[in-house]
Design a protein around this ligand. Sequence first.
Ligand code: NDP
Ligand code: MG
Length: 392
Amino acid sequence: MSVRTGVALLGATGSIGETTQRVVERHPERFHFVALTANGNREGLTAAVARWMPRYVGLVQDGGAALPAGWGRGTQCLVEAAQHPEVDTVVNAVVGAAGLEATLAALRAGKRVALANKESLVVGGALVARAVRQGRGEVIPVDSEHSALLQCAAGRVAPIPRGAAAGAGLLPLRGVSRMIITASGGPFRTWSREQIAGAQLTDALNHPTWAMGRKITIDSASLANKALEVIEAHVLFGIPYDRIEVVVHPQSIVHSMLEFEDGSVLAQMGVPSMELPVLYALGYPDRIADGGVPRFDPVASSPLTFEAVRHDAFPTLGLGIAAGRQGGAAPAVFNAANEVAVARVLDGSLPFARIPAAIDHALSAVGDRPGDDLPALLAADAAARSLVQEFR
Ligand code: NDP
Ligand code: MG
């Protein structure tokens, strides 16, 4: 008799959270929810709880109201859900640096982390690497580009060498010479710098190929998302930055490409949908038969095109990659500055086009801080947040 995988879903009420619920619903013989959490969306969480009857429920922000008996609250509930003894796999679908502690907690408890929360790896890459090396936990990416890279690498993931340095990667790949990460280019792909300077929030939220949460949608418009993903790829696979490239691919069909030492390039394709990356991370290394994943039609998807990134129009990408190369607290500062800048764009207090200047301001002021441990990273994160909060 097969034993079902117990899943904790952190961020159950979000875009990836809902996709994960749809995927698990199709595979009741393989997976079941043990724990569900949300931030403040009590109604959405209540509906998910009624549907799945999990053993553990956590609402981070209870708004001072009484909660049903047994519900956890506060940021601690993410850790409790992640470390629940009946949980095997933690789907971390929280948005922002708020997801880091739960990733670390899950790894320390020996869980698989199906990681959508890329910010965990950007902010705390070295800490996550240490937690993976010291325990029995593992990280499997949910981000579509990194899922694609892992799928292209199938069978070439090497065990992490004992005593490996942090830069060795969480899923070190053998025989790989280059990664080519695709970017849709977002809604401003064809806009001039002058047009982008006048972009409105509604323009930035109008993503051409993906339906996602609001923060990542803005990140996709500024290409901050691609910067986070380059850092994520470096931390995950241990590939040096000068062998990670970004190419614009407006159709979002090729999810990324992997070049091997003999020059062969493998790509993973499919219509833009997070169903397959979630399913693959849950089942890895198995492929689980699933009729619900939308099917690819090459003729309907034609033509597939590729373009160079216009770095002059999208300076946030270069800022983020430079922060990744710099290391220390710089990636955490980049991430925190971006999170606050995006929140301000969403509340209307910062124009979209000011995002790179706000990030640059924080990186110049506190980007060279050390990032050796969690307190240092959190201090740099907090400093960057207050700088961008005050940024005019
Ligand atoms: P959403 O905004 O749609 O959902 C975020 C979820 O996290 C919600 O359940 C929300 O709860 C919860 N949450 C938000 N803030 C906190 C917090 N401070 N503490 C605890 N929980 C919190 O985001 P997405 O689903 O779009 O994205 C989630 C992650 O996945 C991000 O890191 C994103 O970059 C990544 N990702 C998303 C993709 C997508 O297609 N959406 C694709 C690839 C990666 P509540 O509803 O209560 O606010
Ligand atoms: Mg992605």
